[in-house]
Design a protein around this ligand. Structure first.
Ligand code: ISL
Ligand code: CA
Length: 600
């Protein structure tokens, strides 16, 4: 743990930033006493930079965050109760996964009413109070815009399926079958065909995801107008932007021809490249976004690095940033786990940085509600190495030229869940795959489960671990999904009281990031892309240059700094380094999973 020397060196390096030292050492409560000085807006690190470039976003999966009424399901009041914990962590923007009225066929990503709060999560008063309490703390809220599809219980679809001439018929995508079967060979991501025959009219409707998630027809200008009204409704309430669910999927291929055989395993690369997606996003920007100081991030599942700038180049007036999936899905092919190498991971970071270019911007994330836990995914979640490797991954994630998105619980280094049988899983995607792969006899249950334990989305959806109390303090009832049994060792209360914890390292990283513009806006350069053990990159802005070194192994690595670089000072280390380096050093003995930010 950093000693007085940490405080002294940090002070000397960043005279102007005394604030960091002091706060880094004090330990906040996880309760809700509001500290007055917390509310002011932090000045832009780089004058003129839009707020969302300097934001640090925290993703909340409300069902699993915090339950305040004992029904075992997280709720909006549970979020409000933890805002001080988040404020002190240092995040300034919350991304709230869907909170809308939904029958929960896909945990909220199937919306029945876009202007109503899901009853399990609370009501609109709870929402308004939550938003007001965020703003009082100088925090912003972005919400999930799930408009590639709605729930089949949404009144639009209830109407649409009534008859072929119903005024809402064209809100969805209906086709006659072909040869007694589906209109084409499109697969659903959740198993089986992407078409469902509807007895009422004998036609098929399209659903890229579950049957209870019919795709909306964006060709219909009425549908687009409905979506823009919904966006204005929430922006006028004071929401600061949107995370847009599978937004590249909204424009369907003309004529809906069969997928070529080679695309059947990964249809996203066809679904994401419809002919009018950019026309619609530019219209959305003109009609809505350009009239608000709002942030937009698109979930660009199926978009290549080459296509990315089409969405994020500011001159095109579409989106501010997108989530690429090449990095988080590096080690899996659908549900199948596959090996990965550090050079592959580093290459993804370099490509992502390049796609941002000078007119775009990027996101930096290592997990979300659709991926396994970061430390189990890219770190080392064994008891001995979990904390230090979680801090190393945080150092990497929070020092990119991108807006960081931290997923709930990753600030504690929460791990994957020890799933056993299929009955342990809740996810609709798992149920579809079990049917398609195991019940069909294509794959044995053992093989499927051995992979799924490492790749399942449910790993990220287990309840937040607040304390060592029963059910990790998440609920006084029965949790909707089992709590990870390691909550006695890994929980917020213990870590907030331990200055050397993964929690506090995230806090210090966010402080350093907010004080050093180069760590946000500086040019990124990987100095040693082929190195299989060490990630060494610089961030340079004007005459300021910083080096980040991360050892991805359990061994000590003697590392000679490339290109004659010399270290001026150690800015922040994840507690692995000994002894601290002397100024002018040209080589470092990197301890196992050591992650250090140096000033050059
Ligand atoms: O990888 C996936 C498909 O095989 C999924 O993890 C995911 O479906 C995909 O990344 C799109 O995700 C988004 O849309 C889905 C929803 O289930 C996810 O939770 C959401 O993030 C449908 O709305
Ligand atoms: Ca609840």
């Amino acid at each position: 743990m950093q000693t007085a020397s940490f405080r002294k060196t940090l002070l000397s390096v960043m005279m102007g930033t005394l604030a960091i030292c002091q706060t880094a050492m004090s330990t906040p409560s996880t309760g809700s006493a509001l500290a007055k000085e917390d509310t002011p807006q932090t000045p832009a690190a780089r004058p003129g930079a839009p707020w969302w470039k300097e934001a640090v976003v925290y993703q909340i999966y409300p069902r699993s965050f915090n339950d305040t009424n004992g029904d075992g399901i997280g709720d909006l009041n549970g979020i409000t109760a933890k805002l001080d914990y988040l404020k002190t962590l240092g995040v300034d923007t919350i991304w709230l996964s869907p909170h809308f009225d939904s029958p929960n066929a896909d945990n909220g990503y199937d919306i029945r009413d876009y202007r109503k709060v899901m009853s399990e999560f609370g009501n609109m008063d709870d929402f308004d109070r939550m938003l007001a309490e965020m703003k009082r703390r100088g925090m912003r809220l972005i919400i999930d815009l799930v408009v590639n599809h709605s729930s089949d219980e949404h009144r639009w679809f209830v109407e649409s399926r009534q008859s072929k001439d119903n005024p809402y018929r064209d809100y969805y995508i209906w086709r006659d079958g072909r040869d007694g079967g589906a209109p084409n060979n499109y697969p659903s991501f959740f198993g089986g065909s992407a078409w469902k025959k509807d007895e009422a009219t004998g036609q098929y409707y399209l659903h890229y995801f579950a049957r209870k998630q019919p795709d909306l027809n964006w060709e219909n200008p009425k549908v687009r107008a409905e979506v823009y009204d919904i966006m204005r409704f929430w922006l006028d309430k004071g929401v600061s932007g949107f995370r847009m669910d599978v937004i590249p999927f909204i424009s369907k291929p003309d004529g809906l021809p069969d997928l070529p055989a080679e695309n059947l395993a990964h249809p996203e690369f066809v679904y994401a490249n419809g002919p009018r997606v950019h026309q619609y996003l530019q219209e959305m920007n003109r009609e809505v976004l350009s009239r608000y100081d709002a942030m937009t991030v698109g979930e660009a599942f199926g978009i290549s690095f080459e296509q990315a700038p089409l969405f994020t180049d500011a001159r095109r007036r579409e989106l501010d940033m997108i989530f690429h999936f090449d990095l988080v899905r590096l080690d899996r092919d659908g549900w199948r786990k596959k090996d990965w190498t550090l050079p592959e991971l580093k290459a993804a970071y370099a490509q992502i940085d390049r796609t941002g270019g000078s007119h775009g911007w990027n996101t930096s994330f290592l997990t979300n509600h659709d991926n396994p836990r970061s430390v189990s995914h890219f770190g080392d979640d064994s008891p001995e190495w979990r904390a230090v490797s979680a801090k190393a991954l945080a150092t990497m994630m929070l020092t990119q030229r991108a807006t960081p998105f931290l997923y709930q619980g990753d600030e504690l280094g929460m791990t994957n869940y020890p799933f056993h049988g299929i009955e342990d899983y809740d996810d609709v995607e798992v149920k579809g795959q079990w049917h398609d792969f195991v019940e069909s006899g294509k794959v044995s249950a053992e093989e499927y489960l051995s992979h799924l334990r490492q790749t399942s989305r449910d790993n990220a959806r287990t309840p937040m671990q607040w304390s060592a109390a029963p059910n990790a303090g998440f609920t006084t009832g029965t949790p909707w999904l089992a709590v990870n049994p390691n909550y006695a060792q890994i929980n917020a209360t213990a870590q907030v009281d331990d200055a050397g914890s993964v929690y506090h390292h995230h806090r210090r990283l966010m402080e350093v990031r907010s004080q050093i513009p180069a760590l946000i806006h500086g040019e990124f350069r990987d100095l040693d892309p082929a190195n299989p053990k060490v990630f060494a990159y610089t961030r340079t802005l004007d005459d300021k240059r910083y080096l980040v070194l991360i050892n991805f192994t359990r061994e000590t690595v003697a590392y000679d700094l490339p290109e004659g670089l010399k270290i001026a000072a150690t800015l922040l280390d994840n507690g692995a380094a000994q002894p601290p380096l002397q100024p002018g050093a040209a080589s470092v003995s990197l301890q196992p999973w050591q992650a250090t930010i140096y000033q050059l």
